[in-house]
Design a protein around this ligand. Structure first.
Ligand code: AHM
Ligand code: MG
Length: 335
């Protein structure tokens, strides 16, 4: 049986679902960049790529060498291809302008080039998260493209995905019609479709949260997690298992594989920040994938994809995964 590569899948999408050719090329370029990042990540200490730089990103976080390398790989791969009007990244304060000598395209690409990078030096899975939006008409045609072009609700995403650099490198993708998983075949040099129609089980017995922040959480999260911990004797009547990888990509990948609920709530450590994770390039693409796989994603009170962003690097509380549990914790916030 012939194998379905990402390229073949995308060509078939163009035929069967009218996926525009430039969107197809864009995904191909992002996938190629992810292969290059996977290669860099896999070199580890041999490639001299581990460790931190002396620089901080816009969020005030120390940048890892691989954060910067991955950001550059994505920018260089995409800037000349003609599919984009601009890019924005966790690692850059302002949108990246397509250099004048290259053609501009209809889309915007937003990404976290290397999510979970605190895990790189300890050889635990990390990943790239990306979101594709349409560029509003005529913006950036003359002069620089501003932040406003990117400030679109998650419902406006035309594609979202992530690459996970783990025991296997995989690309998980949605074009708004279900979720597909592709595994990198290093001998072939291609992503091959291995997980057709990924679905998140509606019910689960597994949760993911950084328990060390418990004392800072708000009341609904305190209540919910104490019920999870109470197990069979508690109000939920079942025993729950816990996992926390501290790489959103790896935690979400597990949830897509076997169910679960992922939480990064707002907490009282930094009261002016609405959580740790960023809306545009972490929460929105992951929420689109989770919803397309039959799960749910909220900020506690509202569907994440319905939030109108007002800032490129805006933070948001995140509750996502198996529907039953996400609806429960959301009800606790409202009630
Ligand atoms: P990063 O984008 O700087 O890597 O931060 C995001 C990561 C997520 O992947 C993960 O869910 C979270 O931070 C872990 O945070 P903590 O170390 O507070 O548990
Ligand atoms: Mg991140």
């Amino acid at each position: 049986m012939s194998r379905v590569t990402l390229s073949r899948f995308l060509i078939e999408q163009t035929r069967s679902h009218n996926t525009p050719a430039d969107l197809r090329f864009l995904i191909e370029v992002v996938a190629r960049a992810c292969k290059a990042i996977s290669h860099q990540v896999s070199k580890g200490a041999l490639g001299g790529v581990l460790g931190s730089l002396d620089t901080e990103n816009v969020q005030g976080e120390v940048q890892k060498k691989l954060d910067v390398i991955s950001n550059e790989i994505l920018l260089e791969a995409n800037e000349w291809a003609g599919n984009l009007a601009g890019m924005a990244s966790e690692e850059m304060d302002k949108p990246y302008q397509i250099p004048g000598q290259y053609p501009k395209g209809a889309y915007l690409l937003v990404f976290d080039p290397l999510d979970g990078s605190s895990n790189i030096d300890v050889n635990v899975s990390v990943g790239t998260i990306f979101s594709v939006l349409r560029c509003p008409d005529r913006q950036g045609e003359e002069g620089d493209l501003g932040d406003e072009a990117f400030l679109q609700k998650g419902t406006q995403q035309v594609a979202a995905g992530y690459a996970i650099y783990g025991p296997q490198t995989m690309l998980v993708l949605t074009l708004g019609d279900g979720v597909k998983g592709f595994t990198l075949d290093r001998e072939l040099g291609s992503f091959v479709l291995t997980h057709d129609n990924i679905k998140v089980p509606e019910a689960t017995k597994e949760f993911a949260i950084n328990m060390s922040n418990q004392r800072h959480w708000e009341a609904p999260v305190q209540r919910y997690v104490s019920e999870l911990l109470a197990g069979e004797e508690g109000p939920l009547g079942k025993n729950y298992n816990m996992r926390w990888i501290a790489s959103m990509v790896a935690d979400v990948h597990r949830i897509l594989t076997r169910g679960g609920v992922f939480m990064y709530p707002r907490d009282a450590r930094e009261p002016d920040k609405a959580g740790k994770l960023r809306l545009m390039y972490e929460a929105n693409p992951m929420s689109m994938i989770i919803e397309q796989a039959g799960g749910a994603a909220t900020n506690g009170t509202q569907r994440i994809l319905d939030i109108q962003p007002d800032n490129l690097h805006q933070r948001v509380p995140v509750f996502l995964g198996s529907k039953e549990e996400v609806l429960r914790i959301t009800a606790y916030h409202k009630g």
